[in-house]
Design a protein around this ligand. Structure first.
Ligand code: NAD
Ligand code: TYD
Length: 341
């Protein structure tokens, strides 16, 4: 099995958790992290990896072919056959509603450029990390399977669906060794506090109002980020080329229930909840049927929500300076100091 891995978007939430998992579970692997350090990229997520001889950070953008080449050069220097796990994306639905273009640039154009380069360099395997949001919205019942037709509703999910189709086309046309994962909503350490759970933790800690969109009854299927990372590793090592694998935890909650739980864990009053104008085109319910990855690769989530949510809240409490530096922008000063960017 390959020992050198290029990870795109490794300074973001899931990518950073994935790199930490690999350091623990596959300590002999060589790792190259290609990340543009957008607002969502934070090198403070990766301080433990800095200076490690088997780790290289390449500050680069997947929409620039020369930056992708730099990542392959770094991988070649580290030696061994190369595989790639592709996390880099614009990932926030609300931002995509305000402006869709960056989503097309990174998620669609960037993915195609990465596929072209990966094919030219003969990568052994390419895992494309996608989302359940490509399937659109469910009613009260039912689950997304890998056969559910794609019906994305936001510019974010539309751009991810487009990238999934480009990966599919590369497999079909060129026999390219790609695999695609589609996961439900994640939570855990290092998540940027614009997403529901870290935003609510951050606001509740500061006694600020908690904005709940619409009636608060939209449902998401929450998965602890480490479980997602373990599933990606299983797909990378043992998945069947050309296949799509859904990943989820059968852990559905209405948004309001999540917000109430965060408040209760932090000992704060529900008076902080504010119902605000709904998100345009807000998907009602996501729920994943993850039986295929269970059956084929033996993966199942190891963390229960009842334990992992308090763990996550505790992480944000004990990493108050990480959160503060993200909220006040100081994490960007670090980038300027290190890379002049
Ligand atoms: P994130 O927004 O926290 O991180 C994205 C990372 O990609 C950042 O480090 C950013 O700097 C980098 N990046 C963005 N544009 C880039 C570019 N043009 N070139 C290089 N790097 C770039 O995202 P996340 O929540 O960690 O999500 C990672 C992946 O997982 C995404 O592809 C997302 O669609 C998918 N996903 C996320 C969730 C979730 O709940 N967060 C669920 C399912 C799937
Ligand atoms: P989010 O974390 O943005 O993930 P996604 O839209 O990709 O599922 O939002 C999760 C749910 O929480 C979604 O139904 C929108 C809702 N939400 C709020 O009610 N208030 C907020 O401030 C945010 C950011 C999200």
């Amino acid at each position: 099995m390959t020992k050198t891995l290029i990870v795109t978007g490794g300074a973001g939430f899931i990518g950073a958790n994935f790199l930490h998992l690999l350091r623990r579970e596959r300590p002999d692997w060589k790792l190259v992290n290609l990340d543009a350090l957008t607002y969502a990229g934070n090198l403070e997520n990766l301080t433990e990896l800095e200076g490690h001889p088997g780790y290289r950070f390449v500050h680069g953008d997947i929409t620039r072919p020369e930056d992708i080449e730099s990542a392959f050069t770094a991988a070649r220097e580290l030696g061994g056959g190369v595989s790639l796990v592709h996390f880099a994306a614009e990932s926030h639905v609300d931002r995509s509603i305000r402006s869709g273009l960056p989503f097309v640039q990174t998620n669609v154009v960037g993915t195609q450029l990465l596929l072209d380069a990966a094919r030219a360099h003969g990568v052994e395997r390419f895992v494309h990390v996608s989302t359940d949001e490509v399937y659109g919205s469910l009613g009260e019942s039912g689950y997304f399977t890998e056969e559910t037709p794609l019906a994305p509703n936001s510019p974010y999910s539309a751009s991810k669906a487009a990238s999934d189709m480009l990966v599919r086309a590369a497999v079909h046309t060129h026999g390219f060794p790609a695999l695609t994962t589609r996961c439900s909503n994640n939570y855990g350490p290092y998540q940027f506090p614009e997403k529901l759970i870290p935003l609510m933790i951050s606001k509740a800690q500061d006694g600020e109002p908690l904005p709940v969109y619409g009636d608060g009854k939209n449902v998401r299927d929450w998965l602890y980020v480490v479980d997602h990372c373990e599933a990606i590793l299983a797909v990378l090592e043992r998945g069947r080329v050309g296949e799509v694998y859904n990943i989820g935890g059968h852990n559905e909650y209405e948004n309001l229930a999540i917000v109430r739980r965060v408040l209760s864990e932090l000992g704060k009053s529900e008076d902080l909840i504010r119902f605000v104008k709904d998100r345009p085109g807000h998907d009602r319910r996501y729920a994943i049927d993850a039986s295929k990855i269970g059956r084929e690769l033996g993966w199942k989530p190891r963390h229960r929500f009842e334990e992992a949510l308090p763990l996550t809240i505790e992480w944000y409490r004990t990493h108050a300076s990480w959160l503060q530096r993200v909220r006040n922008g100081a994490y960007r000063e670090y980038l300027t100091r290190q890379y002049g960017g």
